[in-house]
Design a binder for this molecule. Structure first.
Ligand code: URP
Ligand code: ZN
Ligand code: ZN
Length: 479
């Protein structure tokens, strides 16, 4: 029941130091020099490596029913692949159908997630609005540990939330101390452009990025940010992919607005030329929304991470195999949107971010774990190396290499957007709840070992927002 990691360099979001770390009964019990192992303790030699908080992926879609099919990765295979990549927790999404009870959908997703191999939580999507939705949001926050609600500003005629829903739901988030999040793309424009491109005979994957240009994301980001500003809520933008959306975040943050941005490794590294691959299946394999962008956006996103205007990295892990992607063979708008990445996120970010000198190791920890824990109120249980924190850790080998391939990855999908890329810096061991579940290529994930993690309302951002609201409270004129 205990594990001692000896001789590693502990690296957190703020410091690094040599120390032994003792884990027992799922928690970190001691940190120090030359710790004595209790009787029967397993010992792991960490020399030459970094011991960091386990990764938290705040954006996954395991077995999501979407666009007429179901994502191929389930909660066991997906969290197991995460462990192989150093990720020890996920926050997935409950996405009710319009008119469906939020609680009913929540219980369905809880059932699916019971086989998770690592800890998990849920954001809940607001896909329609009514008094019932408002009440159920309250129940989810008060009784089920949900503190964030997602709004898809795209996917018209499916799960899109129009402005009236955004306003009502953001206001409800404010009452409940929850964080509204948005997928920022103008769904009306996307719908319009899809129809127009199809009418012009553009039916292949190359039309996908044309139907969702970066200004479509910038407009929606601006709208969501201004709604949040007007109502006084925080706002978290998922998968920020464009300079336009980033500029909106930077502008708002420059005025003191608490807006957070998430970025995916794919948007940092890939450009839109992938959609012009002569092989249809290859081009379709990259179809996700927002799409990969022209080159200049990637440099802007890196600068967003460096300047502190982007805060988290996620994967939007949403897997569809070639057979599923083929549903859109004659119509690009029917290609199921989504790509994989939970196994690759940390190594790709280390390789392209830390090895290149763009990010420090501390920024890497913040971006892969700690910032997510703080924004979604999991810190310091997660995202920290502290006595009493969950023993979710990754032992990082900065010299280890891996060549990414769909042939060898653990993700349950036949395509990898990083195919052939060799990364330097890999997780040699992953520890979840104090147990070694990934050890030098040996994956020991156990179905059902993951726990549902409740996230309390009122993350720390609400302290400052509460005081601001108090100071700025309007007063009537006494006449
Ligand atoms: O293409 C994507 N991103 N698919 C999953 C749903 C979403 O928009 O996050
Ligand atoms: Zn999305
Ligand atoms: Zn998503």
């Amino acid at each position: 029941m205990s594990l001692l990691i000896r001789g590693a360099t502990v690296v957190t979001h703020e410091e690094s130091y040599p120390a032994d770390v003792l884990c027992a009964d799922g928690l970190i019990r001691a940190i120090g020099q030359n710790l004595e192992p209790p009787t029967g303790c397993e010992i792991l030699d960490g020399s030459g490596r970094y011991l960091m908080p386990g990764g938290i992926d705040p954006h996954t879609h395991m077995q999501l029913p979407f666009m007429g099919t179901v994502a191929s990765e389930d909660f066991f295979s997906g969290t197991a692949a995460g462990l192989a990549g150093g990720t020890t927790s996920i926050i997935d999404f409950v996405i009710p159908n319009p008119q469906q009870s939020l609680l009913e959908a929540y219980h369905t997703w809880r059932g699916w997630a019971q086989k998770s191999a690592s800890d998990y939580g849920f954001h809940v999507a607001i896909t329609w609005w009514s008094e019932q939705v408002a009440e159920e949001m309250g129940e989810l926050v008060a009784r089920h540990g949900v503190n964030s609600f997602k709004h898809f500003m795209a996917y018209k005629n499916a799960i899109m939330a129009a402005d009236d829903t955004l306003v009502a739901s953001f206001e409800r988030c404010l009452q409940l101390g929850a964080v509204p999040t948005v997928h920022a793309e103008n769904g009306e424009l996307v719908y319009h452009l899809q129809k127009k491109l199809l009418a012009q005979g553009l039916t292949g994957p190359e039309a996908h990025p044309l139907s969702r240009p970066s200004q479509v994301e910038g407009e929606a980001a601006s709208r969501a940010i201004r709604i949040a500003e007007t109502l006084g809520t925080p706002l978290y933008l998922v998968h920020v992919s464009s300079r336009e959306a980033l500029d909106e975040i930077a502008y708002a943050r420059g005025k003191g607005q608490p807006v957070y941005g998430e970025v995916l490794p794919g948007h940092l590294l890939l450009d839109d030329s992938v959609y012009r691959d002569p092989d249809w299946a290859t081009a379709a394999g990259y179809v996700m929304s927002p799409p990969f962008r022209p080159r200049e956006h990637q440099e802007a996103l890196w600068r967003g991470l460096q300047s502190g205007n982007l805060h988290t990295t996620a994967t939007d892990h949403c897997c569809f195999c070639a057979e599923q992607k083929a549903m859109g063979r004659d119509d690009f708008s029917r290609i199921p949107n989504g790509t994989a990445g939970i196994e690759d996120r940390m190594a790709v970010l280390w390789d392209a971010g830390v090895n290149s000198g763009r990010l420090s190791m501390h920024e890497f920890v913040a971006l892969t774990s700690t910032n997510t824990a703080k924004i979604f109120n999991l810190f310091p249980r997660k995202g920290a190396i502290r006595v009493g924190a969950d023993a979710d850790l990754v032992l990082w080998d900065p010299h280890g290499t891996r060549t990414i391939s769909a042939q060898t990855h653990h993700q349950q999908v036949d395509f990898n957007i990083f195919e052939g890329r060799t990364v330097r810096g890999i997780p040699s061991h992953t520890i979840s709840q104090g147990k070694l579940l990934w050890a030098d290529g040996d994956l020991r994930a156990v179905a059902g070992a993951g726990r549902y993690v409740e996230r309390p309302a009122y993350p720390s951002v609400y302290e400052v927002l509460g005081r601001r609201a108090e100071v700025q409270r309007p007063t009537p004129v006494q006449r």
